[in-house]
Each structure stands twice: as C-alpha cells, then as structure tokens.
Design a protein around this ligand. Structure first.
Ligand SMILES: [Zn+2]
Length: 81
C-alpha cells in the first residue's frame, strides 16, 4: 500500500497542499515520465516557468492527463509525491 504523503485541506475557499520537510526524504526522484494519478499511464513530467526570468522552475511538477485534459500535481522540487 502506498503511503499517503502530504496534507490536503481547505482554508476558507482556498484549497491547499502541505508537505512536511521529512515527508519526501525517502521518495524517488521524478524522471522525465511518471505514472498518471488519474489513468495510471505514463505521462511526461512538466514544469512551469519563472514569471520573472522565463526559465523552467522545477518546484512544482505536474502531468497533463491525455484522457481528460486535466493537470495533476506529481512532484515537489523534482521528488515524486
Ligand atoms: Zn493520465
């Protein structure tokens, strides 16, 4: 059974996701592709760009699911969650 990581919650109308410093220490690094939380197929791990520099920012990694077109959070600082 996969260990649950992170803490999903709601603060007023704003959803949040919190990860403790020790929670990711034993998790694998994110590769170029990972299994999608939705359809379980492999999708490319993507990152956003820093709005000031335009360079890739690897703090938040996500996949775009081809079966429903939605994005799913999969990595923090290039570590799988
Ligand atoms: Zn998918």
């Amino acid at each position: 059974m996969k260990k649950k990581i992170g803490n999903f919650g709601k603060f007023d109308d704003i959803g949040y996701f919190a990860v403790g410093n020790e929670e990711l220490k034993n998790q694998p690094k994110a590769g170029k592709f990972t299994n999608c939380p939705n359809c379980k197929k492999k999708h490319k791990v993507q990152y956003g760009k820093d709005t000031k520099t335009g360079e890739i920012d690897t703090i938040v990694g996500f996949v775009n699911c081809s079966s429903n077109g939605k994005a799913y959070l999969v990595a923090i600082n290039q570590i799988l969650i």
